[in-house]
Design a binder for this molecule. Sequence first.
Ligand SMILES: [Fe+2]
Ligand SMILES: [Fe+2]
Length: 243
Amino acid sequence: MSYIKTAIGLKCHDWSSVELLKDLSPEVIIGNKEDIKYRQKHFWHDMSSEFDSKHFLIYLLKRKDLKLSDEFLEFVCLWHLDEQNHYRGLRKINSVLYGQSEELIEHQLKSRKPDFDPIEAFLTDEFTILLSIAFDEITSTRAYKQDFELFDSLGPSCLSTWIRNAAKDEAAHYGNAIKILKLRHQPRLKEAPAVLESILAHETSQTFTYNNTFIFDHDTDDFSHDLLRHSKSTIIDILERHQ
Ligand SMILES: [Fe+2]
Ligand SMILES: [Fe+2]
């Protein structure tokens, strides 16, 4: 459904991870134990990145030099609600799959500290921030789609629903970012290929690391260089049609 409160019809799907996963427990998991063990670091990575959305929101709002449009502010409010909903879902899933309490997980994540310095060059103004978010969100959408089979193999249908809902949200974030780029930044769209090329170079460089910033978190083998290149070309194609 479209979120009718916003002036420009930003998309937002209304659902709750806590509600959806309320009956999830270790007893109902039927997946292959070895596969589940192998995926532990991926589940932890995805959960902590979703948690880190809080760091990114606080960072953006603290940046006094940014002139953020009303549309952008509405966008990040919706975006943050979704990402924290994803975090709570993955916290429950991690707890059920790996036998750690949600309280202990929360306690561990609270000590994470973000470092935005290495990526500040990509976050110079609303235009480059939206491009960075669009790149991140289209990549998240496709990475979560890669996980459909794994989630289905775990047994409970609520997990199949959860991963599809999360992918749908990431696609909505991508679509919303593109919408604001077209609406507010039309004169600068020709700069997009160069910005995206530098993002791709950063994420595929040998020295690339993720520093708890939410954005640019593609440092596991879930995110192949082909996947990242595909994200770049998708955005360039869609923006070219509007120049
Ligand atoms: Fe998310
Ligand atoms: Fe997202």
